[in-house]
Design a protein around this ligand. Structure first.
Ligand SMILES: [Fe+2]
Length: 192
C-alpha cells in the first residue's frame, strides 16, 4: 500500500492538533516518516540537484500557511558539503532515503554566561549513520552536522515542527566560538 505526501501531511496535522509535547510528537512522527521514506513514489531525480552555496539541494514537499509542519527533501553533496554545525529552533525528524548520512550531534560546552551574548563553544559528542530504514529525532536544542559518507548524492526526508527559517536558529562557528543566525535558501535548486 502506498503512502503519499498528502496522507503523511494529514497524519501530521492530526497529531499537531493533539498538541503533544515535543518528545511525544517526534515519537509519533517517527514511524510515519519511515513509512513515507520507504514508499519513494514522491521521489524525483530533480531532488538530487545540488546548490553550490552549502552543497545541498532542498525541495519543499509541504509547509503549513502558518509555517508549522514543514516537510522537505534534502540532497547532500558527496563532494563539497559546507553546512556548519547548526540547530533548527524546532523539533526535527530526519529519515534516510538514499545513501548514508552521518549525523554528528554536538553539545554546548559553555554555560552561556560569557559577556559576549554570541559566544558559544560546541563539541561533537556522538554520531549516528542513517540510511533507508533509519530515522533520527532531534529536539529544539539539538545541534548537528551531516556528512555524506556513502557513494553519490544522498537524500533524506526532513520533518520539522516549524519551517526552520522562521525560528530563531543558529549556526556555530567552531573556530571563533560564536553562534550566528542561520537561514537556508529553500528550493534554491529550483527543483520544485
Ligand atoms: Fe539540520
Amino acid at each position: 500500500m502506498s503512502y503519499t505526501v498528502s496522507e503523511f501531511v494529514s497524519d501530521l496535522q492530526h497529531l499537531h492538533g493533539q498538541a503533544l509535547e515535543e518528545t511525544a510528537m517526534m515519537e509519533a512522527v517517527k514511524p510515519l516518516a519511515l513509512k513515507l521514506a520507504g514508499d519513494g513514489a514522491w521521489f524525483n531525480e530533480k531532488m538530487l540537484t545540488i546548490d553550490d552555496t552549502l552543497g545541498v539541494g532542498i525541495t519543499t514537499l509541504h509547509e503549513e500557511d502558518d509555517h508549522s509542519l514543514t516537510v522537505i527533501a534534502v540532497a547532500w553533496s558527496d563532494k563539497d558539503l559546507k553546512v556548519p554545525p547548526h540547530d533548527h529552533g524546532t523539533w526535527a525528524v530526519v529519515a534516510g532515503v538514499r545513501g548514508i548520512e552521518r549525523n554528528t550531534l554536538w553539545e554546548r560546552q559553555d554555560d552561556g554566561s560569557h559577556e559576549d551574548p554570541d559566544y558559544a563553544e560546541v563539541a561533537p559528542v556522538s554520531e549516528l549513520d542513517i540510511s533507508l530504514g533509519d530515522v533520527i529525532c532531534m529536539g529544539s536544542g539539538a545541534i548537528h552536522t551531516v556528512d555524506n559518507v556513502g557513494e553519490g548524492i544522498s537524500l533524506s526526508l526532513h520533518t520539522y515542527g516549524r519551517n526552520p527559517n522562521t525560528t530563531e536558529r543558529h549556526q556555530y562557528d567552531t573556530e571563533n566560538n560564536c553562534a550566528k543566525a542561520f537561514k537556508v535558501d529553500f528550493d534554491s535548486t529550483g527543483a520544485n
